[in-house]
Design a protein around this ligand. Structure first.
Ligand code: CA
Ligand code: CA
Ligand code: CA
Ligand code: CA
Length: 695
């Protein structure tokens, strides 16, 4: 419940109505300050032009009229804060930040202290063959290269580079080694050549690959026609809002290090063309056939319809949306402080997420203090159809594991075409989460001890054996909803045989293209307002980044009931922090919840037509304070009025409003109402305020 009580009005008629914490005059002052700061920074930053077709490195100055030809040349003149604009053309592989260049010597080089940006000139579409950034000094390097401590035990990078790449097409991938401060934003990233048929093609053609760097951000890129989309081992990594699709290996590899945010990515249509379904089944699983299990002594390739004896399929891989494992395979590259949220997964050969690390979680004895997989949050993700489990949780996580508000979509009629072949409808395992860790064994004591698994929508049968591993003994479990036909599960969870969200009738891609929100709850769904209230303040936003109401729904998407604040937020195009009830994105001093109540525009600071007004009046012979304000008739809110004589203590009144104008805006949604507060000689000065409350 949110109650907002604001706006005292003074009945002594010396009206001092203050609608604002943010007076217009103050706003102007702040604005002026920002303007001056912007001018100062622009004095020191230079802009250079390069043109791969018409530029000239020897006779030009890097101006718009006389651009340089190569990125290597422009690097020699750049200073921190500069910008390089690229005209159309194809640029050679850009090698930058090397430590073993002859003119640098064997040391890490810090390039800049502030961001240097390479981006497309307006209206231009430059291509770069490859970005090859940073040191070559990673674990295993030898010879003339300096072996710097950027390695597995604490990946922090070895040089500050401060390079940002925007709006470019990178034809053959991005490789980063040991760099600190790299951003790739709004780029199209691909790889050249074949993507399967060999281990090299599958393993060594990621779109973006970064090893042992720090402070990296990859945002709003399209990563396609690669093997793995984005693969990183490092420290402080943001992978956000990327569209990763039509590749031959996993969407994202998380390979070790602390501090991760993987948010808002769409990961879909990934397949290597070779079916490894048999490898995803274990003895005892429904449909398991040892003759098709390549790890079984009974394996018989002639019984495996996917096996092509004429081809060497040793390169075949599981292809998953997100794969997490430690690069060294011994627990030393522990992934800590990891948040995976608001991602959409569908059309994957195997799993949505494959979380596969050393299962005994006992790190190398030489690591002091020991590193363990710690503090993971997986929330507000939507898992569409894939070839195998939505999530395989084959990892032991100490010190916090949260799995909440995820939605698994039921889409039995889906099918799709990968880069290589037509893919069948999703298997029933597409709707389950499988867990390997066994908390009952003595050596696993403490594993997943501090977990919370709540308010998820899971799907269909085959779930129980893994789900039973979660008990409230080691953490919190509750408020999950299972779409299917099983039995009661206890723990506050339940089966639900009516689909809680909008039905996907056929292919999910066509359905998404038609503008549907995946996991959109239906009116009256058992998921609406039914989530556990435990830890309610820790998950305030949904799959879209929009604010949940006071009664969280189960799953990733909060239901926007007609007349709700959330429906109003969506209608007005607010998102992120601007959508919060107490935010004021237009800076008019009216927080969103008040604009919702008054029917004023949240993205328009014009307040004059909307400000409540107080005047004195003589009403039926009684001197009164007349308080008038707009009222959004379609808002599902409760209004109240309170009075005070001292602005300190307030009392709820029985005052009700009456309608002065039934249609203030001509759209039938907002009326103007008036409240009358009688003024007597014994009470010559009173104050009146209103409050609004969501249901
Ligand atoms: Ca495969
Ligand atoms: Ca709700
Ligand atoms: Ca506002
Ligand atoms: Ca406004």
């Amino acid at each position: 419940m949110k109650t907002l009580l604001l706006k005292a009005v003074n009945a002594s008629w010396t009206l001092d109505f203050r609608p604002t914490l943010n007076h217009p005059w103050l706003r102007k002052s702040i604005w002026l300050g920002l303007f001056l700061a912007g001018n100062l920074s622009s004095i020191s930053a230079a802009t250079y032009y390069v043109d791969a077709v018409n530029g000239n490195d020897s006779s030009s100055q890097g101006t718009s009229a006389k651009p340089y030809k190569t990125l290597t040349k422009v690097m020699t003149v750049l200073a921190s804060g500069d910008t390089v604009l690229l005209n159309s053309g194809t640029y050679a592989t850009f090698v930058v930040g090397r430590t073993n260049e002859p003119n640098v010597g064997n040391r890490a080089i810090n390039l800049f202290t502030n961001w240097v940006t390479f981006k497309a000139a307006p209206g231009q579409s430059p291509h770069i063959n490859q970005l090859d950034i940073g040191s070559l000094n990673y674990i295993g390097s030898s010879g003339n290269l300096v072996k710097l401590d950027i390695g597995r035990d604490n990946p922090q990078g070895n040089a500050n580079h401060y390079l940002r790449f925007e709006s470019l097409t990178i034809d053959d991938g991005v490789s980063i080694e040991g760099s600190r401060y790299i951003q790739v934003t709004n780029c199209t990233v691909k790889r050249l050549g074949a993507l399967n048929g060999s281990v090299d093609n599958i393993e060594n053609k990621p779109g973006i690959d970064s090893q042992y760097g720090a402070h990296l951000a990859f945002e709003s890129n399209e990563v396609t026609h690669a093997s793995t989309g984005i693969a990183v081992a490092g420290s402080d990594t943001i992978i956000r809002n990327n569209n990763i699709h039509h590749n031959s290996h996993d969407g994202i590899h998380v390979l070790g290090g602390p501090d991760w945010l993987i948010e808002g990515n769409c990961i879909h249509d990934l397949d290597d063309g070779a079916d490894d379904w048999a490898q995803s089944l274990s003895p005892g699983d429904p449909g398991y056939d040892a003759r098709r299990d390549r790890s079984s002594s009974s394996y018989d390739e002639t019984a495996d319809p996917a096996w092509d004896a004429s081809a060497n399929q040793s390169w075949n891989r599981h292809v998953d949306g997100i794969q997490i494992y430690d690069l060294n395979g011994d627990g030393s590259d522990a992934v800590t402080n990891l948040t995976i949220r608001r991602n959409l997964f569908y059309h994957l050969e195997c799993m949505g997420m494959m979380l596969q690390c050393k299962t005994d979680s006992i790190p190398d004895s030489d690591l002091v203090p020991p590193r363990r997989f710690t503090n993971w949050v997986i929330e507000d993700n939507v898992f569409g159809p894939c070839g195998s489990q939505a999530i395989i949780l084959g990892v032991d996580i100490h010190g916090g594991f949260v799995l909440r508000h995820n939605t698994v979509l039921h889409a039995p009629n889906d099918s799709w075409t990968s880069l290589f072949r037509a893919m069948p409808a999703p298997s029933s395992t597409s709707y389950i989460i499988q867990m390997w860790a066994d908390t009952t064994l003595p050596e696993f004591m403490g594993i997943l001890k501090e977990y919370r698994v709540y308010n998820n929508i899971f799907g269909d049968a085959g779930f129980g054996y893994s789900y039973t591993t979660f008990t409230n003994m080691y953490g919190y479990v509750g408020g999950n909803l299972f779409y299917g036909s099983g039995n009661a599960l206890g723990k506050g969870d339940r089966w639900y045989t009516t689909q809680p969200y909008e039905t996907i009738p056929g292919n999910i891609q066509a359905w998404l293209d038609a503008g549907h929100l995946p996991g959109q709850l239906l009116a009256g769904s058992a998921a609406v307002d039914a989530g556990s209230m435990a830890y309610v303040n820790e998950a305030p936003d949904d799959f879209r980044g929009l604010p949940r109401d006071a009664k969280p729904d189960i799953g990733a998407c909060e239901y926007a009931a007609p007349g709700s604040y959330l429906a109003w937020v969506i209608t007005n195009g607010l998102s992120g922090s601007a959508a919060l009830r107490m935010s004021d994105p237009d800076g008019d001093g009216w927080v969103n919840l008040l604009e919702f109540a008054l029917g004023s525009p949240p993205a328009n600071p014009a307040t004059a037509p909307y400000v409540p007004a107080a005047t004195g009046t003589n009403y039926s012979g009684v001197s009164s304070l007349a308080f008038r304000h707009r009222l959004n008739q379609t808002a599902n809110l409760t209004w109240s009025y309170e009075v005070s004589t001292n602005l300190t203590t307030w009392q709820t009144t029985t005052l009700t409003n009456s309608v002065l104008n039934a249609d203030a805006d001509g759209n039938g949604r907002v009326e103007i109402v008036q409240v009358l507060l009688p003024i007597t000689n014994s009470q010559p000065k009173q104050f009146l305020r209103f409050g609004v409350k969501e249901p």
